[in-house]
Design a protein around this ligand. Structure first.
Ligand SMILES: Nc1nc2c(c(=O)[nH]1)N[C@H]1C(S)=C(S)[C@@H](COP(=O)(O)OP(=O)(O)OC[C@H]3O[C@@H](n4cnc5c(=O)[nH]c(N)nc54)[C@H](O)[C@@H]3O)O[C@H]1N2
Ligand SMILES: Nc1nc2c(c(=O)[nH]1)N[C@H]1C(S)=C(S)[C@@H](COP(=O)(O)OP(=O)(O)OC[C@H]3O[C@@H](n4cnc5c(=O)[nH]c(N)nc54)[C@H](O)[C@@H]3O)O[C@H]1N2
Ligand code: SF4
Ligand SMILES: [Mo]
Length: 695
């Protein structure tokens, strides 16, 4: 007689790179396997809601293609020919090669490269401990947040805002530049609550009529990179119609009179010509947020992935400042709460060993770095070895042709620690198998909310998988890297970090699963003033001095507008490149993660290009045709989908498919650029001029 499976419901946290950082309730069957995953009802931001791709996570954790053993390359780079080796052989070989490179070329020839494939603080950031102790080259992380965070902090002086659960208490929720239905479903949950319970209006602003806009009361589809113009025209109307809170402006902002004078010429007609919106749409939006003081601006990352992205984020942020919406519960602007945690990561990152004179290389420019671009190398020597965790640059990084050339170098020694044989792992000399989140311990924070969360190990890992911490510590021992963090367990590191940061003990956190650290109302709403020393919101930020960089300013920062404006530094269409391409996120993938799960692959179908029928016709392109999309960086084959939901001349390729899913193995990032966006760098993934032709 077989026993019935015993199903336990255990708490966890989604570790993926997503602002929602959902608290989970996981079915663990027989203590061994994972069943259904649901959103936790106890954690009030998650509130029982998670995305479909994580609900079916059993497919990913029990995937037959999980990497199970260390591998050594046996064929040419990228051939996929590997042999199984033991952990000792793998770690010994890595240490021998790293030490030889260090002896010959200096420590900066080795570049630990990582990102947020796991958002766990111990597993994600521990690689920096090895980097700091060994004085390896550092990573300046620009691939995701730089423009958005800079634009927000430029105004408020701090990366934080009203409690995101207040969306449900708002009279108008403005979802701007984030496709929340795809990328952070909880935003929709709270916004729709506001509509149901108090008749709130939902405004959504994007460059195509995506599923988030489909749920909005007012859906604004504009041209890419023109949000600054929209924001200016809205503020023009607010001043004109008496909806500006002049008393608030006088008390809490730096230059309200200059702003008003500057906006006099930024009329709705002016903005209509730039954005492609109608004057009536702009007026309707302005009237909504002007008359509904409790307007909650939920500002996303997407609209900041333009070459004027920081300026546009800041311009959007200025709108609720003009109305004084910050003063009310359910009002103000929220982008990320990452500024509230104030972690002391001394032990996790080995910060006592940080030498600021060691170079930092721009994460987004990995293609340029690996192909010897002197500027990208900060005028230093070449990178001869990579140690990669939690990221898949041979798919997600811009300028893929350079990235691939770099990874193909025979004189580059590449180590990739992964859960799957990604396109980056395929290029490695040594591949190491990694645990998944339910197989190791870690602590997490919400970017889109305000919880610290515990995600403990629930099941054993398959095969010989090891966690990031084990790999880093195993290498440290062989590399002669000494730091007490290497000898600690993930729990000990988490406990020390929590206590040192004033967040209680790990034991307390484990008892409760999570901790709500939302600052009080006055702080969160900047009632007592904004984050700058004079407590004033900045309509006129001193861009090169905005506190979001430890590097100097880059890009054309000297030309940034003094006040909110339409800053035309876009990769604008021209005669040879009549179209503007954005690479907006696909619903069933998360960057390149989940491209390995059959259900996500099936739901997404094939790599497509959404093209307006009136743009397709002159090209002789019909639905389902294969098209070639290109620019000076290269070209990509995609399947045409005819769709009317964009301004003419705008095309969308929902991303990120593996390169291998495209003809000739060239994926979408073949045509995206890595030039540093002002003022502090970043990749403008949605700002590309392209030509299109039938294949
Ligand atoms: N399903 C899914 N979820 C994800 C991800 C994913 O790839 N897929 N990625 C995760 C990661 S790493 C992050 S950082 C977050 C990001 O999540 P978001 O904040 O949503 O940012 P993006 O995904 O870059 O893009 C959001 C939207 O911005 C739009 N957009 C592009 N340019 C402009 C513009 O100029 N103006 C306006 N108004 N809109 C514009 C795009 O069309 C897209 O619909 O999502 C996370 N969640
Ligand atoms: N065209 C285009 N390109 C983009 C974007 C876009 O919008 N358009 N978005 C950009 C953005 S916002 C971002 S954040 C980047 C993200 O790009 P990446 O950081 O590369 O994110 P993923 O593609 O999700 O890859 C994460 C990898 O980490 C692995 N991983 C997960 N957990 C662990 C772990 O515990 N240990 C180890 N060793 N590995 C682990 C996963 O298996 C996965 O392969 O992509 C950027 N690229
Ligand atoms: S919405 Fe984001 S955080 Fe929540 S389960 Fe999905 S990927 Fe994870
Ligand atoms: Mo991201």
């Amino acid at each position: 007689m077989t026993e019935l499976p015993r199903i336990a419901h255990l708490p966890s946290v989604c570790p993926h790179d997503c602002p929602s950082a959902c608290s989970l309730e996981v079915e663990v069957i027989d203590g061994r396997s994972i069943g259904r995953i649901r959103g936790s009802k106890r954690q009030s931001y998650t509130d029982g809601v998670i995305c479909a791709k994580v609900a079916r996570y059993s497919e990913r954790i029990h995937h037959p293609d999980r990497l199970l053993h260390p591998l050594r390359r046996t064929g040419p780079k990228g051939s996929g020919a590997f042999e199984r080796i033991s952990w000792d052989e793998a770690l010994d070989e890595i240490a021998r090669r790293f030490l030889a490179i260090e002896a010959e070329r200096g420590s900066e020839a080795i570049w630990p490269y990582y990102y947020a494939g796991t958002m766990g603080l111990v597993m994600r950031d521990g690689i920096n401990r090895l980097r700091n102790v060994k004085r390896y080259s550092g990573q300046y992380s620009t691939i995701c947040t730089t423009m958005a965070w800079t634009g927000f902090i430029a105004g408020t002086g701090r990366l934080a805002g009203p409690d995101p659960r207040e969306m449900a208490k708002s009279d108008c929720v403005v979802i701007w530049g984030t496709n929340a239905v795809h990328t952070q479903v909880n935003v929709m949950h709270h916004a729709i609550k506001a509509r149901k319970e108090r008749g709130a209006k939902i405004v959504a602003i994007d460059i195509y009529h995506n599923p988030t806009l489909a749920q909005a009361d007012l859906a604004l589809v504009l041209r890419p990179g023109t949000d600054g113009a929209l924001a200016c025209a809205v503020m023009h109307a607010l001043f004109r119609d008496g909806h500006a809170d002049r008393d608030y402006l006088a008390r809490h902002t730096d230059a309200p009179d200059e702003l008003e004078a500057h906006l006099a010429s930024r009329t709705p007609e002016w903005a209509a010509a730039i954005t492609g919106l109608s004057v009536a749409q702009i007026e309707e939006f302005a009237a909504l947020v002007g008359t509904r003081k409790k307007s909650f601006f939920r500002l996303g990352y997407g609209f900041a992935r333009q070459r004027n992205g920081a300026v546009n984020m800041h311009a959007a942020l200025c709108v609720p400042t003009v109305t004084g919406a910050w003063q009310y519960e359910g009002g103000g602007a929220f982008h990320s709460n990452s500024g509230i945690y104030k972690w002391r990561k001394g032990l996790i990152e080995g910060l006592d060993k940080l030498d600021p004179t060691i170079r930092q290389l721009d994460q987004s420019q990995i293609g340029r770095v690996l192909t010897g671009d002197a500027e990208a190398l900060r005028q230093g020597g070449p990178v001869k070895a990579l140690l990669i965790q939690n990221t898949n640059p041979v798919s997600v990084a811009p300028e893929q042709e350079l990235v691939k050339q770099g990874f193909a170098r025979d004189d580059l020694f590449t180590v990739v620690h992964e859960q799957f044989m990604t396109e980056t792992a395929t290029m490695a000399d040594i591949v190491l198998p990694a645990t998944q989140f339910m197989e190791h311990d870690d602590i997490y924070q919400g970017g889109g909310h305000q919880h610290i969360m515990w995600g403990g190990k629930l099941v054993d890992a398959p095969g010989e998988c090891r966690s990031n911490h084990e790999v880093i510590s195993g290498l440290a021992a062989r590399l002669g890297a000494e730091h007490r963090g290497f000898a600690m367990s993930p729990r000990e590191l988490a406990d020390w970090t929590l206590q040192e940061s004033g967040r209680g003990t790990l034991a307390e956190l484990i008892t409760n699963d999570f901790k709500d650290i939302q600052p009080d109302f006055a702080t969160a709403h900047y009632i007592d003033g904004f984050g700058y020393r004079d407590r004033k919101f900045r309509f006129k930020p001193d861009w090169p001095k905005v506190p979001n960089s430890n590097d100097g300013p880059v890009g054309p920062y000297q030309q940034m507008p003094v006040l909110p404006d339409h800053w035309n530094v876009l990769e604008g269409a021209d005669e040879a490149h009549p179209f503007r391409l954005a690479t907006s996120p696909a619903r069933s993938f998360l960057n390149s993660t989940f491209t390995e799960t059959p259900s996500s692959r099936k739901k997404e179908g094939a790599p497509t290009l959404m093209l307006h029928p009136d743009d397709a016709a002159p090209l002789g392109v019909a639905a389902g045709d294969e098209v070639i999309v290109g620019n000076r960086r290269g070209s990509v084959h995609l399947k045409a989908v005819l769709f009317e939901g964009m301004v003419r001349g705008v095309v969308i390729a929902e991303s990120i498919w593996p390169n291998a899913a495209h003809r000739h193995g060239r994926g979408i990032n073949t045509i995206t650029g890595a030039d540093a966006v002002a003022p502090f760098g970043g990749a403008a993934f949605h700002d590309n001029k392209v030509w299109i032709k039938r294949a």
